[in-house]
Design a protein around this ligand. Structure first.
Ligand SMILES: *Cc1c(COP(=O)(O)O)cnc(C)c1O
Length: 396
């Protein structure tokens, strides 16, 4: 496995020296390769118009499906581009046939953006949404899942890495259990793609959603969906347009038979090209190398924070990834975020409403979330710990 050339990736990221950026789980810093692609294409559109500018890049845009397939371990015809992870997830979820009496299983780290449409549609059709308990270490309890499964379970919604901590859920075991009763598995890989190797075919998932703006370091307003070839015939895409199908006679249309049936025609070409540049960048670094560098940084941060008096690290899981969650005694997470910003450290706050089951059961209203990417130096992580220490000492 190659290792990451820290000097090179920092040189590609002009914002690196500006401070300690710990929000790649929110919206990361893009490398210049991404920024130049987006801005360059917008300029080209201003010169020749959006259609011609698009046609000039048509071959690369088409090759983008193979590139995504390489990143995500699937076939090019199993890839669809969208404008967010949520849009991808909704397109897939909406296409899963559901009827009265059907059951949907979710984990305790389900994300609000999935939970709300799940509850909304379940109420509409008379299906139920049930939560699978977690093991004492926080992962979805696969034995408990097996107990809950029966042939009425239409879908298991699995969040790979939650937005509120370093947990990594087991995917292959969940898929194996779900498939034993014929249930589909929709994997929310929004927080895992770009920081961990995530290969759809190897994991066996039926559908997978993700975003460009987080660990992949792509532009905002980009997302992608994987729908496995064998699963597509079981789905009923609901939002379709003139790109998803062909109007072949006044009363007749034919839908596409690949994952692009989930795409709509209109899209930001500049952002798509930016996403592809981001994916190329990640694939060239290697996802194993990225995961190792992110893991090392998160672990250093966790260990440093855990040693600060008054600081509690809240991450669950036996294998932990790049999301570090903590609280500081006597300071609200928002105060910590704002005071760290004064010290040049960027973190975010994750609230109970994003991951309601998990935060409620642990009695946590809010957490500080720090998510270091591979482009941070180890010294910067120590600086962040020192800044937290100062915030903690300043508690009246
Ligand atoms: C951020 C996030 C999403 C939604 O991503 P969007 O880019 O807002 O669509 C979905 N799931 C998880 C776990 C997330 O953290």
């Amino acid at each position: 496995m190659s290792t990451i050339d820290l000097a090179a990736v920092r040189a590609d990221t002009p914002a690196c020296p500006r401070g300690v950026f710990l929000d790649s789980a929110g919206s990361s810093l893009p490398p210049v390769q991404v920024l130049d692609e987006v801005v360059g294409h917008l300029r080209r559109e201003a010169e020749v118009g959006g259609y011609r500018a698009h046609d000039e890049r048509a071959a690369e845009l088409e090759d983008g499906y193979a590139l995504m397939a390489r990143l995500l371990g699937c076939e090019p015809d199993e890839v669809a581009f969208t404008d967010s992870a949520t849009r991808s997830w909704l397109a897939a979820f909406d296409a899963v046939p559901l009827k009265a009496g059907d059951r949907i299983l979710v984990t305790e780290v389900e994300y609000a953006g999935n939970a709300i449409p799940l509850l909304h549609r379940a109420a509409e059709v008379g299906a139920s949404v049930e939560t699978v308990p977690s093991t004492p270490t926080g992962e979805v309890d696969v034995a408990a899942l097996r107990e809950l499964l029966d042939e009425r379970v239409a879908l298991v919604s699995l969040v790979h890495v939650p937005s509120n901590g370093g947990l990594v859920n087991p995917v292959a075991e969940v898929v194996e259990a779900a498939h034993s009763v014929g249930a589909l598995v929709l994997l929310d890989a929004c927080q895992s793609v770009g920081q961990l190797p995530v290969y759809a075919a190897e994991l066996g998932v039926d559908m997978l959603s993700g975003t460009g703006r987080k660990w992949l370091r792509g532009p905002r307003g980009t997302g992608f969906l994987v729908v496995r070839r064998a699963v597509l015939p079981r789905l009923r895409p609901r939002l379709v347009d003139l790109h998803s199908g062909t109007w072949s006679a006044p009363e007749r249309y034919e839908l596409r038979t690949d994952a692009r049936v989930f795409e709509l025609w209109e899209t930001s070409t500049a952002d798509r090209l930016g996403l592809l540049a981001a994916v190329r960048y990640a694939v060239e670094l290697g996802l194993e190398a990225i995961a190792a560098a992110v893991g090392e940084r998160a672990q250093r941060l966790r260990a440093g924070l855990a040693a600060v008096p008054g600081v509690t690290v809240h991450d669950l899981g036996t294998t932990r990834c790049g999301i570090v969650s903590f609280t500081v005694e006597g300071r609200s997470p928002r105060q910590v975020r704002d005071e760290l910003a004064d010290h040049g450290v960027t973190v975010t706050v994750t609230g109970a409403s994003s991951t309601r089951h998990d935060m409620t059961r642990r009695g946590l209203p809010e957490l500080v979330r720090a998510s270091p990417h591979y482009f941070l130096t180890l010294d910067q992580l120590d600086e962040a710990v020192a800044a937290v220490e100062r915030v903690s000492e300043d508690v009246p």
